[in-house]
Design a binder for this molecule. Structure first.
Ligand SMILES: Cc1ncc(COP(=O)(O)O)c(C=O)c1O
Length: 405
């Protein structure tokens, strides 16, 4: 019986000229410390025994150390971080306990009292809560602007005071886009994007000039609805700063969830391609349905920013939203009539999931504010999963029929 190897095997020579696509990087990335094991070992430990006080002293003062104390870093979490960094083409990545852990730690690490931040007026609800609620309490002023209007974003920047421009593209739930290349040319602030709805295969924010890219890895990166995780990728100097803040806040990624996410990343290519194809087809079919007033999907010719989508995204993505004729009641009847698609507040997993924002995440918003950002009473958000596309569309169409009865 051979013993498991104790040293990493010599690196396999890689032909530097060989093309490697991102689907392949999803398979090869984050294996540095695997010691020959095909899957990443789970390091379920809180701390590492130190050989000497000198070594303990060194590690206690080393940013992003992986083998000292698991709130500072953990080898299984580090493998997930390496994989995301490779996928994003980033200097590094830092994992967090959730997407909100990543967003909150990044914003609060980068901004101090007296600083100013320019943010999109269409953001995931909890991100909006952080920026509209918590930031002002800490003396960080936030201007909310229409992220589709690059001139408006540039005009909102206060030279010398604006630390960060924060956008989300495609934005939850009406799939509005931000032009990353144009925004990155605005001088001064750091540019940070929540790219959760696209993921690294569809959109390349760092290559377009953004400083940091954030994902709720809870979604398509982990991809199986079994891990709550966030990640930010970018240059090492910014990550060290953010890491320092995250160790204080304690928004620390669990090694179990990092392991699940790594397993999810291995199949990212096939999952994303299947789900995107199904979503595109469903969006096109829905556009022709008499009970549907509007469909939001960046892959549709009718999307108001279709030209930008073609330039910036490899595909329209696996999320769409659409407005059912008949307002709140029709939206509710649609959701209640579904037999295959499930009502659940997440996205990017194997199951097709729906939400009705007017009854749930946006229920507390005044109707005029909701309307202003496109959350109409009959709006349904849908994350298309990995079922057979025809089974998903059959379920959606039978549920649409129920809205008319
Ligand atoms: C676009 C976007 N960003 C961030 C988050 C927050 O992620 P998490 O739930 O992992 O904190 C979500 C959650 O739905 C989201 O949709």
């Amino acid at each position: 019986m051979p013993h498991p190897p104790t040293d990493p095997p010599p690196a396999r020579p890689v032909d530097p000229g060989a093309p490697q696509r991102l689907e392949t990087t999803a398979i090869t990335a984050g294996r540095r410390a695997n010691q020959g094991s095909l899957s990443t070992p789970l390091w379920a430990t809180t701390a590492y025994e130190q050989a000497s006080l000198d070594e303990a002293g060194d590690k206690a003062t080393t940013p992003r150390v992986k083998d000292f104390y698991s709130r500072y870093g953990n080898p299984t979490v580090a493998a997930f971080e390496d994989a995301v960094a490779e996928l994003e083409g980033a200097g590094g990545a830092q994992a967090f306990a959730s997407g909100m852990g990543a967003i909150t730690s990044t914003i609060l690490a980068l901004c101090s009292s007296g600083d100013h931040l320019v943010a999109a007026n269409q953001l995931y609800t909890s991100t909006g809560g952080l920026l509209a609620g918590a930031c002002p309490r800490f003396g960080i002023d936030v201007s909310f602007v229409d992220q589709t209007d690059v001139d408006a974003v540039a005009a909102a920047v206060i030279p010398g005071r604006t630390r960060v421009i924060f956008v989300e593209t495609p934005a939850n739930p009406v799939l509005q886009l931000a032009d990353l290349e144009a925004l990155s040319a605005i001088p001064g602030p750091l540019k940070v994007v929540d790219s959760t709805f696209a993921g690294p295969l569809l959109q390349r924010p760092l290559e377009l000039g953004f400083d940091l890219v954030i994902h709720s890895a809870t979604k398509s990166l982990a991809g199986h609805n079994d891990a709550t995780l966030g990640v930010v990728a970018g240059p090492e100097d910014l990550l060290q700063w953010i890491w320092g803040f995250h160790t204080i806040v304690g928004a620390v990624a669990s090694p179990f969830d990092a392991l699940n996410a790594l397993r999810g990343i291995r199949t990212l290519g096939v999952r994303v391609h299947h789900a995107c194809g199904s979503a595109q087809r469903l969006a096109e079919l829905l556009e022709d349905h008499p009970s549907v007033l509007r469909v939001n999907h960046p892959g549709l010719e009718s999307h108001p920013q279709r030209e930008l989508a073609k330039r910036q995204m490899a595909h329209g993505g696996s999320n769409l939203s659409f407005e059912v004729e008949g307002g709140v009641e029709a939206g509710r009847r649609f959701v209640e009539a579904l037999r295959l698609c499930r009502l659940a507040p997440s996205l990017g997993g194997p199951e097709t999931l729906v939400t009705h924002p007017a009854s749930t995440t946006a229920a507390g918003m005044p109707p005029d504010e909701r309307d202003a950002i496109g959350i109409s009473p009959g709006l349904i958000r849908m994350s298309v999963g990995l079922e057979h596309p025809e089974d998903v569309s059959a379920d959606v169409f039978q549920a649409l029929a129920a809205t008319r009865t």
